[in-house]
Ligand binder design. Structure first.
Ligand code: HEC
Length: 111
């Protein structure tokens, strides 16, 4: 009985910790999105360049593909046969910045 309670509390804290870590990643991603001026070519909601809306990107692309765009935009432009100009520039971001962006963009889903 006591064991079950202790386990439950520890498990509960663990889950809350993960959710908080995820929140922190998403926040980091929003910051990087602003700092790197992604909105020069992409819009989210009413903000940014409407030629490249990312409002539903979390529904249309997997986390892996989103990551590929961020770390290898040139390769992905070729793979996707994207024709919009200017092409996405190459970003050199730290791993935690990329992780943040991926976490953030994944939250943008079809309503
Ligand atoms: C110089 C313009 C430019 C900038 C700056 C830019 N992108 Fe892009 N991005 C593009 C273009 C062009 C494409 C190709 C798809 C399209 O036409 O929208 C693209 C595609 C993408 C895609 C795939 C979209 C889809 O619908 O398949 C993602 C995700 C993305 N960019 C994220 C970002 C993020 C995150 C940043 C900032 C770190 C960023 N982009 C900065 C031009 C840009």
């Amino acid at each position: 009985m006591i064991r079950a309670i202790v386990f439950g509390v520890i498990f509960g804290l663990g889950v809350a910790g993960t959710a908080a870590a995820q929140d922190a990643k998403v926040k980091k991603g929003m910051q990087v999105f602003t700092d790197q001026k992604c909105s020069l070519c992409h819009s989210i909601g009413e903000t940014g360049n409407k030629k490249g809306p990312l409002d539903e990107i979390g529904s249309t692309l997997s986390a892996d593909v989103i990551r590929q765009w961020i770390v290898d935009s040139k390769g992905m432009t070729e793979k996707a046969g994207a024709t919009r100009k200017p092409v996405m520039k190459e970003f050199k971001l730290a791993k935690d910045e990329v992780d943040g962006l991926v976490a953030y963009l994944q939250t943008l889903k079809k309503k």
